[in-house]
Design a binder for this molecule. Structure first.
Ligand SMILES: Nc1ncnc2c1ncn2[C@@H]1O[C@H](COP(=O)(O)OP(=O)(O)OP(=O)(O)O)[C@@H](O)[C@H]1O
Length: 670
């Protein structure tokens, strides 16, 4: 709100004359005057009309036409370059000079310089430095003078908090009142050997300072170790990492330990004064504000971390949380904001490197063993229960999944862990962070892949079946392939794709299956093509797979929504599952699925193993205690994610699948 000296007409000028305008119809102003006024005024005004009376309020700056631009400094670079060729002896020198002078940042600097020069030449100065008090006086005067609606409206406007803030900002700028006034520097402040001491005075608020300090082991000096981005120290722009703190509120910090300094800060009332020796080679971190978003693949509680430099400055998070990394400069501790927290202030989190080291120290050796590929017969298929007629609708693909068999003999803890570690690790990368980006699915993108995973017997099939019945137009399942004979009432492409052994094995070799297995000498499998067919109909394709197969469809092409169906605690399982009925045809030869105590315990153990190894891929966890409630939750979740209100954080690799290099820093991990 600064105006040009030659045209000193700013808001205060207008407000001061408003009382004289009241009651005057705007039509009394000549159209030429109005035109001129409009031309000179930036487009920030509003009009109040009451009973034919029109009052115009102007907010803004009256500007003079801009002076002619000075010669473009960027254009000067071309002749410099063409002349440089003859002076540069070596091709290498010329190329260096060329890249330096043609650097985009250099050109931007020139542009900024030119703009500043142009602005400076206008000598802007405020015509009124006390707009806020003037407006407040005016409001008081008007309040008792007239009962007209226009007067009341003007008084209301002048009393608006936003308007008052605007005027006080104007006054602060006009008075160049940008910082609290510092007391004069005492004569004895500068010791002889210190030629560069800075006195910083910060107004104390409830907000923490947002900085950590440490003692330099070699010199004993107290050094600013970290400045949290968005914190009070960062916003002040006056304290930087590496600065040496000499005094706090006049108290010397010599021979003091960092923990003795905190009480000094706490003791100060309205202002904290620092005497600082600025860091010699301070890096400019302001240009380095990263826009890196990551999803945490582990839980982190600073309270439990003895190595964190400052627990209060650290951020606690849960696996699956999205964090914005604002500084990854430090190899050990990054600074990040927790998105669900909504706070602007960043805190410390372990860097990817640190977390990898920690995991490597903790992980049992078994996890580093090379992965053993299982032959398809080994536990991949357990049984095949045919589809059934569900309330009159034949729905293909309802079957017991090829997930690890519930009748597996691998039920002991040791066997269970062997099973998970051997078959489910796609990689030996330790889980740290995965780079993610926000993704809004386009409204026309109706087809969607939903992957359901869970331990055997938890109810994945039952949930899928009920979801299909609830809305067969919206949901679909991939029709599986089999090499067994077609039975009566079975239709090709509806219940199964019946193919020869040769065709099946050829498809296996061409990696056309998401998963496949053998049962009683026959192949069964779910192909990528059959998923495509469901999606092509604009339906949500429900796919239940063994968790180790998520990675086959965890691609930018499918962008699946992964739901983990989790069992409740064993006591609750006992109550709800003891005599659970099997899905499908009630005339089925095995209508009841009987769960022994051991089965229920195994289910819980499997769920834990799946969760710990694949949890980072889950978009949603649904606990299937009461079937109706779980179904409601699943439907609600799918409907919500189909809508536009939820932003999905998907692996950056999906979004930038064409620019693989960009993910080099944080490789995605499955
Ligand atoms: N919340 C529940 N309450 C009671 N019974 C349930 C519940 N959820 C599932 N069941 C029952 O548990 C049995 C197993 O369910 P389902 O076949 O859906 O499991 P699954 O996870 O698909 O197992 P698998 O992969 O081994 O086929 C079924 O008889 C089903 O009716």
């Amino acid at each position: 709100m600064v105006s040009n000296k030659n045209h000193p007409q700013c808001i205060i000028g207008r407000v001061a004359t408003l009382s004289a305008w009241l009651g005057r119809n705007s039509s009394t102003e000549s159209s030429t005057v109005r035109r001129k006024r409009r031309r000179r005024t930036r487009q920030c005004r509003w009009t109040a009309c009451r009973r034919g009376v029109c009052v115009q309020y102007y907010v803004g700056v009256w500007c003079a036409p801009p002076p002619p631009p000075p010669p473009d400094a960027c254009r000067l670079l071309s002749p410099v370059m063409s002349g440089a060729g003859s002076h540069a002896d070596r091709e290498e020198d010329y190329r260096f000079l060329h890249s330096m002078l043609m650097e985009k940042k250099l050109h931007l600097l020139f542009k900024i310089h030119e703009r500043l020069r142009r602005f400076e030449s206008r000598c802007p100065s405020a015509v009124q430095e006390h707009a806020a008090s003037l407006a407040s006086d005016l409001a008081k005067d008007l309040m008792y003078q007239s009962q007209k609606d226009e007067v009341k409206e003007l008084v209301a406007l002048l009393n608006q908090a936003l308007f008052k803030s605007l005027l006080s900002v104007h006054d602060a700028v006009a008075q160049k009142d940008f910082q609290p006034t510092l007391p004069p520097i005492p004569d004895d402040t500068l010791e002889e050997e210190e030629d560069s001491v800075k006195l910083v005075s910060l107004v104390k608020t409830k907000e923490p300072l947002g900085a950590t300090i440490k003692k330099d082991q070699s010199t004993g000096a107290i050094i600013v170790a970290r400045i949290m981005q968005g914190g009070a120290a960062d916003k002040s722009g006056l304290i930087h990492e590496g600065d040496e703190l000499k005094e706090v509120n006049g108290v010397s910090l010599e021979h003091r330990k960092p923990k003795e300094i905190l009480p000094l800060l706490a003791r100060s009332q309205s202002e904290i004064k620092f005497k600082i020796v600025p860091a010699f080679d301070r890096k400019d971190v302001s240009s380095n504000k990263a826009k890196l978003f990551v999803r945490a693949l582990f839980d982190y509680d600073p309270g439990e971390d003895p190595a964190v430099p400052c627990k209060a400055a650290a951020v606690a998070f849960k696996r699956g949380d999205v964090l914005q990394v604002v500084s990854a400069e430090d190899d050990v501790w990054w600074q990040a904001r927790l998105l669900r927290d909504g706070r602007a202030r960043a805190g410390l989190i372990p860097s990817q490197q640190l977390q990898e080291r920690r995991v490597a120290l903790q992980r049992p050796e078994a996890l580093f063993r090379p992965r053993r590929e299982k032959p398809p017969d080994e536990g991949q298929a357990s049984e095949d229960v045919d589809y059934g007629a569900i309330t009159g609708i034949h729905i293909g693909g309802i079957r017991r999944s090829f997930r690890l068999g519930k009748k597996s003999s691998l039920t002991t803890d040791a066997a269970g862990s062997r099973r998970w570690s051997a078959g489910m690790h796609g990689s030996v990368c330790p889980p740290t962070y995965i780079e993610v980006m926000p993704y809004h699915s386009p409204p026309e993108d109706r087809g969607r892949l939903v992957v359901l995973v869970g331990p055997s017997g938890v109810g994945v099939n039952e949930l899928k079946r009920r979801l299909l019945i609830s809305d067969p137009d919206r949901y679909g399942v991939a029709v599986p392939h089999t090499t067994r004979e077609r039975r009566a009432r079975e239709a090709e492409g509806v219940h199964y794709h019946f193919v020869s052994v040769h065709a099946f094995e050829e498809a296996v070799l061409k990696h056309k299956f998401i998963e496949y297995g053998r049962h009683t000498g026959q192949y069964y499998g779910t192909s990528l093509d059959s998923v495509h067919q469901v999606l092509a109909k604009g339906k949500v394709c429900l796919l239940d797979v063994h968790p180790s197969k998520i990675k086959v469809v965890y691609t930018s092409e499918f962008k699946p929504h992964v739901v983990f169906v989790k069992p409740p605690c064993v006591e609750e399982l006992r109550l709800t599952r003891r005599r659970a009925e099997a899905p499908g045809d009630p005339k089925d030869t095995n209508p009841l699925r009987i769960f022994s105590d051991q089965d229920l315990e195994d289910m819980g153990a499997q769920a834990e193993a799946i969760d710990s190894q694949y949890g980072h891929l889950f978009d949603r966890v649904i606990i299937n205690s009461d079937m109706a409630a779980a179904l409601r939750e699943l439907r609600g979740d799918l409907e919500r994610t189909e809508g536009e209100e939820d932003v999905r954080w998907v692996p950056a690799e999906w979004i930038r699948s064409l620019e693989r290099r960009s993910c080099g820093r944080l490789s995605s991990w499955i």
